[in-house]
Ligand binder design. Sequence first.
Ligand code: GCB
Length: 577
Amino acid sequence: MNEYDRPSISLDGQWQIIIDPLENGYYDYRYQPKADGFFMNLKPKNKSELIEYDFDKADKLIVPGDWNSQKPELLWYEGTIWYKKDFNYQRKNEKRTFLHFGAVNYEAKVYLNGEKLGDHIGGFTPFCFEITDKVKDGNNFVVVKVDNKRRADGIPTLNCDWWNYGGITRPVKIMEVSQTFIQDYCIQLKKGEERQISGYVKVAGNDIPQEVIVNIPELKFHQAFKTDQYGWAKIEFSQKMELWSPENPKLYDVQIKAGSDEVSDKIGFRTIETKGQDILLNGKSIFLRGICIHEEAPYRSGRAYTVEDARTLLGWAKELGCNYVRLAHYPHNENMIREAERMGLLVWAEVPLYWTIQWENGDVLANAKNQFYAMFQRDKNRAAVILWSLANETPLSDARLSSLTKFAKYIRTIDNTRLLTAALESHREVQNPNSIMINDPLGKYLDVLGCNEYYGWYVENPEICKNLEWKTTYDKPLIMSEFGAGALYGLHGDKLERWTEEFQKYFFEENLKMLKKIPFLRGTTPWILMDFRSARRPLGNIQDYYNRKGLISNQGQKKKAFYTMKNYYEEIKNNFK
Ligand code: GCB
């Protein structure tokens, strides 16, 4: 319903919190869920009554924000924290009211005035609950049990190379809409058509069928459409317009009206396809000059969420010469997508199907679909998003192939306008170890091959790249979706000394020479824009629990390799046809 632009009441700011590693606020001493858990926000009714918690005397955390970077004692915390916020509300008869969360990592149980609204699983996608009949006039309180414990059956699962930031990491707001309102819309170009808009508007409420008006003032386009009895209106029209591209990130104001409700959005229009080994943007072959980015806040560390964070990170990508970014390894906050689109950066987006996923467990695929769907729902009108990535470096198995092909099919049924990819692994051929092969059977179901490689970092040293030759069994474009080496900013030495800027620079020089020889290469996203926290990286005085593969340090200092990549992108920009 375009929460991003609709007026709303913010519940951001200080929330009272109770740290609850044993989940005592939820389970009794026989480990059964309690009827009067912390969500009841109880107070002693008299001086004798025993109640062993009190939100109003408790500590506080800022929402949005991860808890790890707000208090030193929470840096490593993985478990439950209860959050409570009081708010005052005046009910309005003509309105419906929703409580909306931008993201909560990982599992949220949400209660309003002691009553359960619902659960949500998945740390990087938005969700909301209707509270029209539950919210009271005057004082209300919302309690959220947030649990970021890692789980074998989770997405992501037990092991990953980024910080498990917990908390209510994105904004919380109350949305008020008309009784009959615009619940959803999709207005994008039809696949492969540069003039044909194809989409829908979905109206919800009692007053349907409804008339829906779509207005694009700059194009002098104004047309009424009728919904069916379920509230769906098909939006089809032909219109000449300027297409969105990195060179011309043209966005049109699109207004949609239905009865007394109205939403507006800034929408771009473009086509994206592949042909043989080429990626075609608006019919023209393009090389994706990219960079991988984690949702890690520049300078202060912690989860990024502000527009300023997005502008800093994406501004660095632009400075590097990018026309494209890989938002790794989970759906980033909406500011990142919106700003990328505004700045002319194409986007690869993904859900955290990363490493050792429990494919045999049917619930895992359902969870992946839910996470994807929520991301798709939020970002489907964003022309900048051209690639959905299925998974990252998931080890080959029949169960994995079967789940991921089902996942690919699912995505294609809900979105046929974008390309599918995945960050695969390559292998060295037994009979010829200098020959690197991409032949993962999943490749058959993708439009674009993605591949992560660390030749010269995890495998030998950068000199190895001279000998390697890349091959694939597919006639498809390849994006080298990761390659990188660790360096501590300011540490210098010779080019074969690990952790120095010189080693990292040498790694990039040799890798780029190798990549230039791959005829089917159509994009690169080195790993990674900026150093980021990771519990896998304990090396003292070098890593200090940061993955140091950033081209930029977490304090915004550019390492030598930044300029190596920048020169390469300058060259590609001038020469790629
Ligand atoms: C990878 C992963 C990425 C890691 C990176 C590394 O292959 O996809 O999440 O951070 O390697 O630094 O090892």
